[in-house]
Design a binder for this molecule. Structure first.
Ligand SMILES: C[S@@+](CC[C@H](N)C(=O)[O-])C[C@H]1O[C@@H](n2cnc3c(N)ncnc32)[C@H](O)[C@@H]1O
Length: 370
């Protein structure tokens, strides 16, 4: 079978795309409205076309069709549509489906899936979507695609990235739709991949990043040298095909921040600070130091409350990228805020890979798209 063809909507820098590419898919097009993220996408996914478009609009859908028609003959040749729309796209409509103008970002996926009728689709979202408005949003997604002729599987509980070899306790919900004829040929519903790791062998923060320079005496530059060999299998894996060290630039913290975080032990937080210290930040995750012997907390888009397990600074882009399972050869483009947003928004490529491998078992079945 030829490589299944994929369209990635809301592609960001392409974490989800990378997992699919590594699993042997041909990602044809990535669509997003964030210029810097698309530039990163372009640098790292040279086979795929990056398309800047506002998925709130119908013009975007026409543009997607035109670009894909030109590249692979017809958009009907797309086998899989994947995407992680931002969850602000939701509102409670009270109706059975999500065809409501307020849910425009999801609507873009609905419209393109209705047009293409791919064999399958994958939608990723934050774990809170399962319970948003008492589960009504989740039901709306399932109902909408069921009515469109898909057998929809939802992760019974959010998938935990650490269970799939990612050094991070990130939880995400996934919806997978298998077109009814494909589902009937296979005779079984899509089942999510079984975990490859458990708490006894999770990849820890130090397993993931201990080979990277400390950046204590200098901030470093966007392109630099490694200073030691990889220390673990995970580090060896991350460094495949990469001779230089990219995006490993430290944040220049104030003396107050440095002297405060210095008082927090490995794995600790603001509760470990002596009275009178760190008063400016006192919420749940303030002054959190990652634990060297555990996976990291969820990598976010850069709020500066999570610190390196050993050094008195927040992790660099490269360290966060490692904790998201992006290989070192994946280079982030843009200023630090943009890079942080790209890394924090992404689906960890290793998690995406596990799902993509599982999905492939269904794709050789069924008819051509109508
Ligand atoms: C959760 S991120 C997707 C991350 C991506 N799946 C990955 O794995 O790297 C959501 C993306 O939606 C994009 N987005 C938000 N509003 C959009 C719009 N109106 N049109 C197109 N893209 C939009 C954002 O720029 C962001 O990159």
């Amino acid at each position: 079978m030829d490589k299944p063809k994929v369209l990635d909507m809301f592609c960001g820098c392409g974490g989800l795309s990378l997992g699919f590419i590594n699993a042997g898919y041909d990602v044809v097009l990535g669509v997003d409205n964030d210029e810097a993220a698309l530039k990163t996408y372009e640098i790292n996914h040279q086979e795929a076309i990056p398309l800047k478009a506002d998925l709130f609009t119908d013009e975007a859908i026409n543009e997607i069709k035109d670009v894909i028609d030109k590249k692979i003959g017809t958009i009907k040749n797309i086998d899989v549509i994947i995407g992680g729309p931002p969850c602000q796209g939701f509102s409670l409509t009270g109706s059975r489906d999500i065809n409501d103008s307020r849910n425009k970002l999801y609507l873009a996926m609905v419209k393109v899936i209705r047009l293409v009728r791919p064999k399958s689709f994958l939608i990723e979202n934050v774990h809170g979507i399962a319970t948003l408005y008492g589960g009504v949003v989740k039901d709306q997604i399932v109902n909408t695609f069921t009515d469109m002729g898909y057998k929809v599987s939802v992760t019974p509980k959010p998938l935990l990235a650490a269970d799939y070899g990612v050094p991070q306790m990130r939880k995400r919900m996934f919806f997978v739709g298998i077109r009814n004829d494909v589902y009937e040929s296979k005779g079984e519903e899509f089942s999510f991949p079984v975990p490859t790791h458990s708490s006894s062998n999770y990849i820890s923060c130090s397993d993931a990043i201990s080979d990277l320079p400390s950046r204590e005496s200098e901030l470093g530059s966007e392109i630099d040298e490694y200073i030691m060999n990889p220390q673990t299998d995970y580090q060896r894996f991350m460094r495949i095909n990469c001779e230089k060290l990219y995006n490993h630039v430290a944040t220049n913290h104030t003396d107050m921040v440095k002297s405060t975080i210095e008082l927090v032990p490995d794995g600790g937080n603001y509760k470990d600070l002596p009275k009178g210290y760190g008063e400016s930040r006192k919420f749940n995750e303030a002054w959190t130091r990652y634990a060297s012997n555990k996976p990291s907390r969820t990598i976010d888009t850069g709020h500066r409350n999570h610190f390196h397990y050993k050094y008195n600074r927040v992790p660099t882009i490269r360290e966060n990228a490692r904790l998201q399972s992006f290989p070192d050869s994946f280079i982030f483009w843009g200023n630090k805020t943009q890079q942080n947003r790209q890394v924090g928004n992404a689906v960890p490529p290793l998690l995406a890979y596990s799902i993509a491998v599982q999905l492939k078992k269904y794709l050789q079945l069924g008819e051509k798209n109508e």
